[in-house]
Design a protein around this ligand. Structure first.
Ligand code: DGL
Length: 266
């Protein structure tokens, strides 16, 4: 049998946002090789139908499986909440998904009010509804669709006035409504933390799921005896089906010397 331990971990997102998850995985599992797929041509997924999100997730998974990935991380809340069930039924490889961290937020809030910033596709999904129903009924959930945020990030406008104005319009009302926790329910949003802090200072606790996803990836690799323990031939291949400029900006060479970014139509 071919030994799979040195095969790469596959990671996909609708765009460059899932690199926030890649960074957590790489920090926790530095000996693991990775293949990252940025489907920027089709971003944002958040406004698409469930059927289209499933089709795109299948396309991304097939690409990664053709590159011998031993495990797949769906580094996208929208794809996880709409498609991971189908992916798990269709393929044998283990899948790790990401969902808005509303459970930890519900445990940490002191005002019993939490804000959840995510895409329309995530907030309207059955999986999100199911998870929401498991948290304490006393907790008030203020759900906000982060309309336009993913597009600005994909276009490299992280620090623009447009971004500040849009973010302010989503976050300031939350503070007025007494929310003390903000759940970032999209993997693009951790890149907005400095901008959010500029707007609201430390008035709100920001919660995202990146670290938890990395820990879960490690645990599933261990359970399946798939951990790579040799520091040999480690690689990190990034594929993007649009201009790679923004991806390069987020994954600079200083992050990891084994990084290679390729523009490719898929
Ligand atoms: N990073 C994706 C997520 O976590 C972005 C969604 C989108 O493309 O709209 O939901």
């Amino acid at each position: 049998m071919v030994k799979q331990n040195n095969f790469p971990i596959g990671i996909f997102d609708s765009g460059v946002g899932g690199t926030s998850i890649w960074k957590e995985i790489n920090a926790l599992l530095p000996l693991e090789s990775t293949i990252y797929l940025s489907d920027s041509k089709n971003a944002p997924y958040g406004n698409k139908t469930k059927e289209s999100i499933i089709d795109l997730s299948i396309k991304n998974t097939e690409f990664l499986l053709n590159q011998n990935c031993k495990l797949i991380v769906v580094a996208c809340n929208t794809a996880t909440t709409n498609a991971i069930k189908v992916l798990r039924e269709k393929y044998k490889v283990p899948f790790i998904g990401i969902e808005p961290a509303i459970k930890p937020a519900a445990l940490q809030t002191k005002t019993n009010t939490i804000g959840i910033l995510a895409t329309k596709g995530t907030l309207n999904s059955e999986l999100f509804e199911k998870t929401s129903n498991t948290i304490n009924k006393k907790i008030i959930r203020k759900e906000i669709i982060g309309k336009g945020l993913v597009e600005l990030i994909e276009n490299g406008k992280l620090n623009s006035d447009e971004m500040t104005n849009l973010l302010s319009s989503y976050i300031i009302p939350l503070i007025k409504q007494n929310a003390d926790c903000l759940v970032l329910g999209c993997t693009h949003y951790p890149y907005l933390i400095p901008q959010i802090r500029k707007i609201v200072g430390n008035k709100i606790q920001i919660i995202d799921s990146g670290e938890a996803v990395a820990k879960q990836t490690k645990s599933i690799l261990e359970k399946n005896n798939l951990i790579n323990s040799k520091a040999e031939n480690v690689f990190h291949n990034f594929f993007i089906n649009q201009d790679k400029k923004v991806l390069e900006m987020l994954i600079t060479k200083t992050d990891n010397k084994f990084v290679k970014i390729t523009e490719k139509d898929f």
